[in-house]
Design a protein around this ligand. Structure first.
Ligand SMILES: [Zn+2]
Length: 307
């Protein structure tokens, strides 16, 4: 290959390539600087045009006080992915051409929409709905298992009890008036039995490890003779024993056979070591014919709460 003063053909080719690369590099830097200047002006200009085209305010709540808090939302979702894929210039250009599938939302409404559509990872299912936040004691949420919030149950006899009114029988409570949580339940359906450990109407189930305060009253009693007497106490029907950390009640008929009288309050504090059936047991029952009456709401009742 002949040599010239400019060197060999290969050397000239290498020099040309190097020159092209240098110029491309320089151009690239210049191009980048140009695009930066351009986009600083162009981006707000295009965005303002899009915001104006989409109505200039949040389409949900009407917010329009600061355009920085207005976001362009793809009505069917995936707006952010689209902008990332095609770039903001094409994205905005596309909306200026045809805005059918887009709307303007403020940051708040957009975030709520993303929650509703499950486009965000939802830590707490309750945040899906605009309901009361799960603070303790919030009425909408059953917080009875949370610290400081009590479970309770108020039960009474619907009318009166005229059978099974002898000693070792128990109050056949059949009505739950009010309750909260699941730490206290009352059996209102099972057939009446007095068997130790067996399910029966009028027996509560209290849970192991919880501490309960129990209170009962018998405001009406009818007896067949002047010696009529009822004594009752809270009874652990699983263990088969009166709850020792309690006091019983006594109601007696003092004068005539048809005289009615009631009264007395039984109370107990109970911490079962196993899930336990609990009843109000008649310890002494002499000549008793009826317990409770609907006259003046004098049905016997039991109130139990966790403490
Ligand atoms: Zn809004």
């Amino acid at each position: 290959m002949p040599r010239t003063k400019y060197g060999s053909e290969a050397e000239r080719k290498a020099a040309r390539v190097a020159s092209t690369l240098r110029s491309q590099e320089k151009n690239a830097e210049r191009h980048k600087a140009y695009m930066l200047r351009y986009s600083r002006k162009e981006y707000p200009r295009l965005r303002d045009a899009v915001v104006a085209k989409l109505g200039g305010k949040c389409q949900k709540c009407g917010y329009d006080s600061d355009r920085r808090a207005l976001q362009i939302d793809h009505i069917d979702g995936n707006g952010r992915r689209e902008r990332k894929t095609i770039g903001w210039r094409k994205f905005y250009g596309k909306i200026l051409d045809d805005s059918t599938n887009y709307q303007l939302l403020c940051a708040n409404c957009n975030y709520i929409k993303r929650y509703d559509n499950e486009e965000v990872y939802i830590v707490d299912e309750r945040l899906k709905e605009n309901t009361t936040m799960p603070f303790p004691n919030a009425g909408a949420v059953d917080t009875s298992t949370k610290e400081g919030v009590k479970g309770y149950l108020l039960a009474r006899l619907a009318t009166q009890q005229t059978t099974n009114v002898a000693a070792n029988d128990h109050l056949k409570l059949d009505t739950v008036v009010a309750f909260r949580g699941s730490d206290i339940t009352l059996d209102t359906t099972t057939a009446y039995v007095t068997t130790t450990g067996a399910a029966s109407i009028g027996r509560f189930t209290l849970k192991a490890g919880k501490t309960y305060k129990l209170r009962a009253q018998v405001p009406y009693l009818l007896a067949s003779g002047a010696t009529g007497l009822l004594e009752a106490a809270f009874y652990d029907a699983t263990a088969g024993a009166v709850i020792s950390t309690g006091v019983g009640l006594a109601a007696l008929v003092a004068t005539t056979a048809t005289h009615d009288i009631g009264g007395g309050l039984a109370e107990a504090i109970f911490t079962p070591t196993q899930d336990s059936l609990v009843e109000l047991r008649f310890i002494v029952a002499t000549a008793v014919t009826q317990i409770g009456t609907t006259a003046n709401n004098r049905q016997p009742s039991v109130f139990i709460e966790t403490i």
